[in-house]
Write a protein that binds this ligand. Structure first.
Ligand code: NDP
Ligand code: KYN
Length: 443
């Protein structure tokens, strides 16, 4: 294939497809994007099933590289830490990183609109209402349906940025030695809303990610530009409590009274939203290889993860950044680039998949535990005293661009060290007199 690539087709004008199109167009390729949905800028309908995104270092870096971050900045809301709400409505705040560090709440559709606009201005051809129905991996053609008509188009290279249920991946699925694994967690999610107050203000602190951790399940809330909050209830599909048991207004009301009492005056239309918004499921997909002939998977199509680290978009954006960096390194030799791309990013995709699953346990359960919060405090102290030696796992993932796979490995070593530290009987009283140097030197 090497250096004969001129035309590139991309499936999906989601966050990753549009950013990828910008990168490739800027390199001088002819780029055409096919998206099954209508143009978001004309009909914005998320259908009550969106979870707010948390843009952080990796995503920002990837947006900066193509010059779109400056434009996006105005739609971000900084969240400096987690605000935990216990059953009595008492609050505990846990900062995400050092002073001045934060993650950014952003609506998927607003960010997507910005990227679509930027891609169009760059000269990318965007085809909305085009559903890809098949990909021919041998001939690098895409078949799609548009306005009831079927047609087929050939490209030198095709990218599947078409999400967790990718059509391109579907074509790869039938090829020899393609590995594939998919599983659903036992929880589903439902979107609810905390509207602005009557005076038009945020009802709760907008510079935090709010969590109501309840062990096996949780509710979270992230701020929006219109001063509302998008809440997401993560609850098992089956068991008690579960989506299965919350079948009528009475059961929902009493569940919220018992578990999330301080949200009842805030979520105005609980009954309507609970029964009108869909309950969505959460899938994880792992597969390999990501490259077959001249067809390549990227973003969720190659590594669909659960949302709990707020890294799905950041990881997909980083895929684009790394691909572009490799194209620079290999002077647009696509064979070499794609080979290196899939090897590097598979390891990192697997790592963030595991990290995201673990972060659910942290958010729904551990953040309500005093010992866990003390561990975080000690780790922040280690970071302040030995910034070159100890960077907490959350910071490595969120505020650095260290490879996810390296962050995961270092994080495991840190956890083993901290397990011993936290086992001391007098840890709550005497943590300040720990030998911090000895701790960091164990790494
Ligand atoms: N906050 C949220 O609710 C969501 C967030 N995300 C975030 O976005 C990140 C990046 O996702 P990304 O990899 O871009 O994937 P996305 O799912 O965001 O985007 C893929 C796009 O391709 C479209 N598509 C799917 N099948 C076809 C097809 N056959 N033909 C043409 N278009 C198709 C999808 O439409 P359709 O969606 O209708 O299938 C979607 O618009 C995720 O990691 C996650 O963090 C993604 C989804 C939801
Ligand atoms: N955007 C999200 C959507 C759903 C669930 C979590 C998030 C997060 O961002 C979590 C955050 N990184 C945290 O660890 O507190």
């Amino acid at each position: 294939m090497s250096n004969k690539i001129k035309s590139i087709g991309i499936l999906g004008a989601g966050l990753v497809g549009t950013l990828l199109s910008l990168y490739l167009k800027k390199r001088g390729y002819q780029v055409k994007v096919f998206e099954k949905r209508s143009d978001l800028r004309k009909s914005n309908n998320e259908g009550g099933r969106s979870i707010n995104l948390a843009l952080s270092k990796r995503g920002i870096k990837a947006l900066e590289e193509v010059g779109v971050f400056a434009d996006v900045k105005s739609v971000l809301i900084p969240m400096e830490g987690r605000m935990m709400h216990n059953r009595e409505g008492n609050l505990t705040f846990q900062p995400y990183g050092k002073e001045g560090q934060h993650i950014n709440s952003v609506s998927r559709s607003v960010l997507n609109e910005h990227l679509i606009e930027a891609a169009e201005q760059e000269g990318v051809q965007l085809c909305f209402d085009h559903t890809c129905t098949a990909v021919d991996l041998e001939n690098t053609t895409i078949s799609f349906e548009h306005n009831g008509k079927e047609s087929t188009e050939h490209f030198d290279l095709v990218f599947g940025a078409d999400g967790a249920y990718s059509q391109l991946r579907q074509a790869m699925f039938r090829t020899n030695r393609f590995n594939y694994q998919q599983f659903y967690i036992e929880h589903g999610y439902k979107e609810l809303t905390i509207p602005p107050t009557e005076s038009g203000d945020f009802a709760i602190n907008p510079n935090a990610l709010h969590i109501w951790p309840r062990g096996k399940y949780m509710l979270i809330a992230l701020p929006n530009l219109d001063r509302s909050f998008t809440c997401t209830l993560f609850l098992p599909f089956e068991g008690d409590p579960s989506f299965e048991t919350l079948t009528n207004k009475k059961s929902v009301q009493s569940f919220f009274e018992k578990t999330f009492a301080d949200t009842l005056p805030l979520i105005e239309n609980l009954d309507e939203e609970f029964f009108e918004n869909p309950t969505s499921s959460l899938v994880t997909v792992k597969c390999y290889p990501w490259v077959k002939n001249n067809c390549v998977l990227i973003g969720d199509a190659s590594h669909a993860i659960v949302p709990f680290y707020g890294q799905g978009m950041n990881a997909g954006f980083e895929d684009c950044f790394v691909l572009n960096k490799l194209l620079n390194e290999f002077d647009d030799n696509w064979d070499k680039t794609l080979n290196a791309y899939q090897q590097l990013r598979k390891e990192d995709g697997d790592a963030i998949t595991d990290l995201a699953l673990n972060n659910f346990i942290e958010m729904r359960d551990l953040v309500a535990d005093d010992k866990f919060l003390l561990q975080k405090k000690i780790e922040r102290h280690l970071q302040d005293a030995y910034p070159d030696k100890w960077l907490p796992l959350y910071s490595m993932v969120t505020f650095s661009d260290l490879r996810y796979s390296e962050a995961l490995e270092i994080g495991k070593k840190q956890q083993a060290i901290m397990d011993e530290v936290m086992n001391r009987n007098d840890i709550f009283e005497n943590w300040e007199s720990l030998d911090f140097e000895e701790i960091v030197n164990q790494l």
